[in-house]
Design a protein around this ligand. Structure first.
Ligand SMILES: [Fe+2]
Ligand SMILES: [Fe+2]
Length: 176
């Protein structure tokens, strides 16, 4: 089992991979002229990139080795409008499990600073799973005939309101 620092480096790769997946989803929606869905996922892609850079900054601050990884290619073949959102919900649930495992590892190693750092990420995951699941419920209710209702839903809700109350960790080079 890798130590906490190695596991954090792996999480940097996963956050960048999540970012690439959201770019692929955004481009799919853009190609379908669903601009609200596209901009929702372009924004999510930037958030995931910022998560990666927050972990990079943490490793820099902790004077630990940080390796910027390559990432696996994202999925970009989608057959219907709901598919990408379903994939996104699964991705957010998987990331939640990964952050929980990281926090547990920090706790096992007696690394209370590392455990505390991950507190913000746990809040962020709770909110991201909730908001992405809500979006999936809306997409599932809207048939292909009225997918424009999904666009209206996204135009109405304030996605930025779904941020943790605590200040975000610093991102290396500054958050975008
Ligand atoms: Fe993330
Ligand atoms: Fe996320």
């Amino acid at each position: 089992m890798p130590g906490f620092v190695d596991a954090l480096n792996q999480q940097v790769a996963r956050e960048f991979a999540a970012s690439q997946q959201y770019v692929a989803i955004a481009v799919y929606y853009d190609s379908e002229t669903l601009s609200q869905l596209a901009s929702h996922f372009y924004r999510q892609a930037i958030e995931e990139r910022n998560h990666a850079m927050m972990i990079v900054q943490y490793l820099l601050d902790a004077n630990q080795q940080v390796v910027i990884p390559g990432v696996d290619a994202p999925r970009s073949d989608f057959s219907d409008v709901a598919g990408p959102v379903r994939l996104a919900v699964e991705q957010e649930k998987t990331v939640t499990d990964q952050i929980v495992a990281l926090a547990r590892l920090a706790r096992d190693e007696g690394d209370l600073v590392g455990e505390q750092f991950l507190g913000w990420f746990l809040q962020e995951q709770r909110e991201e799973v909730a908001s992405m699941s809500a979006l999936l419920a809306v997409v599932d209710r809207a048939s292909d005939a009225n997918v424009l209702l999904v666009e209206e839903y996204l135009a109405r809700i304030n996605v930025a309101a779904a941020e943790p109350a605590a200040p975000a960790p610093s991102a290396a080079g500054g958050a975008l």
